[in-house]
Each structure stands twice: as C-alpha cells, then as structure tokens.
Ligand binder design. Structure first.
Ligand code: NAP
Length: 239
C-alpha cells in the first residue's frame, strides 16, 4: 500500500501537532504546516519514528500557500489528507454589541479565508489521489444549535469573531462536500472538544491527543463513509 501524504496546518503546537503525531503513527508521511518552521516539531516526531517534514505555511499569506503546494507537488506529486487546523481567537473577541470590527476581520482572515485559500491551492493535489480526505477543525462554538440553546454552556461564550467564523467553516465544509460528492474525496468538520492548549486553556478537561483523535478519525474514514458531517467523539453534532 502506498504511504499516504497528510498536510496539517498549524501543526507546530497544540491539537495540530497531535493530529500530525497520530496520523504519523498510522504510517502517514506528515507535512507539519507552520508559520515559522524551525525543525523542532519534525525532529520531535521523527524521534518517535514518524516520517515528518515541516512546510512553511501561513494561512494568511497566499504566496506561502502557493509555495507549499508547489513544494508538495514536487516532493510527492499528490496529497491524500488535508487537515485545516490553524485558527485563532483574536484578542478582544467579544459579543455582538461590543466586538471591534477589526477583531472580526482578524478572525475571518485566519479561520475562514485562510482555510479556503489553503483548500483551493491543495485541491488539485487532493484530486490526484483516490479517496482523499479533507478535515476542517471546527468547534461546537460554531454550532447554531448549541450556541442558540440557552441551557447550553456554549450560549455563554460571547466571541462573535471565533464563533461565527467556525459557523462559516461549517458552511464551507457542507458546500465543499457537495462540490466533491462522487469524486471519492470526503469533506468533514471535526470538533475536538475543549482541550488543554494555549487556545483552550491549560485547565481544559480534554488532552490535545483526545481532541486530535476526532480529526484523525475523520481523516481516515473508509470509502463508504458519509461526507459533509460534523464529527465529535463517537458521533455527530448538530450544525
Ligand atoms: N483547544 C480547544 O479547546 C479547541 C476547542 C474547539 C476547537 N478547537 C480548534 O482546534 C484547532 C487547534 O486549536 P489549538 O487549541 O491547538 O490552538 P493553539 O494551541 O492556539 O494552536 C493554534 C495553531 O494555529 C496556528 N496558526 C495561527 N494562525 C496561523 C496562521 N496565520 N497560519 C498558520 N498557522 C497559524 C498556530 O501557529 P503559531 O504557533 O505560529 O501561532 C498554532 O500552531 C483550531 O482550529 C481551534 O479552533 C480548539
């Protein structure tokens, strides 16, 4: 069987690094997307027996995205798995009455436009393989159902930039799944749950490895699996 090639954005730390590790443990060659690659993550994973290489990829820098696609094409000729993991909660994120419009733009530039830009550039490489998988790392905070439920703790998380950008990521997922239906490429969103990272807070209930496992499951779905879903631990979430 040919080794699968997987690209994970924002894989130098947090959940992204764990996604890279777990895909590597499954035998994939992992391309660790990082804004400022310094070799540390690839070396850490290589020491565990994982075939990992770092690729410079700033999701807000179109030139770096195109250069990464060229590098992957030259090195591997294709891409089997794309995990769009990189995201931010912009400083100052807040509810609708208070949030700064520049804060909203920050969230959208990285979490939505950056994700679409990476996906567009990698799509030709994903089309070159059978059964490619695209996973968009989303959040329950992007679920209209959860945030709209006053009984849910999600309804108290007043971060318009982050929450609405993740809702947009969910729509990107559904629309791309429709576009690619019948091609063998499955597109799914994954909610890692609240994990111990810089973003999630170090006192969060879940480990980054637990969160990563949700994305890895979606990245390794079999041929008969569904596309256009919102995956969480052992099940699906309402949009
Ligand atoms: N942690 C949670 O509780 C939680 C819950 C639900 C969903 N999520 C989602 O899980 C994913 C990973 O989150 P995390 O908790 O691991 O966050 P994190 O620890 O803050 O890591 C974020 C990663 O994204 C990268 N990144 C940010 N802006 C980037 C850009 N312009 N280009 C490329 N990379 C960029 C960061 O790189 P630098 O090191 O260069 O900043 C870092 O590698 C995100 O999509 C997040 O929304 C997290």
């Amino acid at each position: 069987m040919t080794t699968k090639i997987a690209l994970v954005t924002g894989a130098n730390r947090g959940i992204g690094k764990e996604i890279a590790r777990q895909l590597g443990q499954l035998g994939h060659t992992v391309l660790v997307g990082a804004r400022t690659p310094d070799g540390t993550t690839a070396a850490e994973l290589a020491a565990e027996g994982i075939d990992a290489r770092e690729v410079r990829l700033d999701v807000r820098d179109q030139a770096s995205i195109e250069a990464a696609a060229k590098e992957i094409e030259a090195g591997h000729g294709r891409l089997d798995v794309l995990v769009n993991n990189a995201a931010i909660i912009p400083p100052g994120d807040n509810g609708v009455p208070e949030v700064g419009l520049d804060v909203l733009r920050e969230a959208y530039e990285t979490n939505v436009i950056g994700l679409v830009a990476v996906t567009q550039s990698m799509l030709p490489l994903l089309r070159k393989t059978e059964q490619a998988r695209i996973v968009n790392v989303s959040s329950e905070l992007g679920s209209l159902t959860s945030v709209g439920d006053p009984a849910s703790p999600m309804s108290e998380m007043r971060m318009l930039g982050y929450n609405s950008s993740k809702a947009a990521v969910n729509m990107v997922t559904v629309m791309l799944a429709n576009d690619l239906r019948g091609t063998g490429i499955l597109v799914n969103a994954a909610d890692p749950g609240n994990c111990q990272t810089e973003m999630g807070g170090w006192d969060a209930p879940r480990t980054p490895a637990q969160g990563a496992a949700v994305a890895v499951a979606a990245a390794t779905l079999g041929a008969d699996a569904a596309t256009g879903g919102f995956h969480t631990d052992g099940g699906t979430l309402s949009w």
